[in-house]
Design a protein around this ligand. Structure first.
Ligand SMILES: [Zn+2]
Ligand SMILES: [Zn+2]
Length: 262
């Protein structure tokens, strides 16, 4: 079981507040999406995710009832705990999905931007917004460790920012558990999932991921972090690997759920 390390170097609350104030003086707080000035926010909004009211409303516009199992949007009268029409016939290895919204409009734009290099502040802002909405539920999931979906080593050359790792680090910090970037490896190159038909996606990912032998996952509840989930093929394949390595359960955290194309 992976245990949370003692955070002996954590600054006391007053020092963190002082450091935050100093940072705000040097870098005035700005909306991470449109760069609008956030310095004049109401005092009660200081702990909100770093987005202006307009961007915040757009980013949250696609929230609403979602299937607990796969995160797809569902109608207001359906039971979220009953698998929806998208996942009813799937055998997903993960237990459930936490998501901020649907991969559409402003959230789609934000997810696409968050992939570029230097987009860590935007990605961290999206992680904060997700935490505002789903943090209470995530805190109750008894998560032991956060694992981001890994990139293949070759991809790190031309796309150095992996949004999954930035999201995972933010959620691990909130949950006060470690983020384990070392337990998973993408061991072979795969074709981009977005260009494949849904039935080809699972084939494309077969045996593409490995949990390293010393992962120490026995009995652990793992939060698998990624930016977008579309058909769930990637999350399913990695969850299988984590369960085979001894994890007790895998839950998935994403910013956006794709529109559920089969
Ligand atoms: Zn904004
Ligand atoms: Zn579903």
């Amino acid at each position: 079981m992976i245990r949370s390390p003692k955070n002996r170097w954590r600054l006391p609350a007053w020092a963190r507040a002082f450091a935050r104030g100093a940072a705000d003086f040097v870098y005035p707080p700005a909306c991470r999406l449109c760069t609008a000035d956030l310095a004049e926010r109401e005092p009660g909004c200081a702990d909100r995710a770093p987005f202006c009211d307009s961007c915040r409303a757009e980013l949250l516009a696609t929230r609403g009832p979602a299937c607990v199992k796969c995160g797809a949007s569902i109608g207001p009268y359906l039971d979220p705990n009953v698998p929806c029409s998208f996942c009813r016939n799937e055998n997903y290895a993960f237990e459930r999905v936490y998501r901020l919204g649907v991969y559409d409009t402003a959230l789609r734009t934000a997810c696409l931007r968050s992939k570029s290099s230097g987009a860590e502040p935007l990605t961290a802002g999206l992680a904060d917004l997700m935490w505002e909405c789903e943090g209470a539920e995530l805190s109750e999931a008894r998560i032991d460790v956060v694992a981001p979906v890994p990139h293949h080593w070759f991809r790190r050359f031309y796309s150095p920012h992996n949004p999954a790792a930035t999201l995972g680090a933010a959620w691990a910090g909130r949950l006060k558990v470690p983020q384990a970037t070392h337990i998973l490896r993408k061991c072979r190159w795969t074709r981009p999932q977005a260009r494949l038909l849904p039935y080809e996606r699972r084939q494309n990912l077969r045996n593409a991921f490995q949990a390293l032998p010393a992962a120490g996952l026995s009995g652990a509840v793992v939060l698998l972090a990624d930016d977008v989930m579309t058909t769930g093929a990637t999350a399913h394949e990695i969850s299988k690997v984590l369960l085979q390595a001894g994890a007790a359960r895998v839950v998935v955290g994403v910013i956006a759920r794709g529109l559920g194309r089969r």
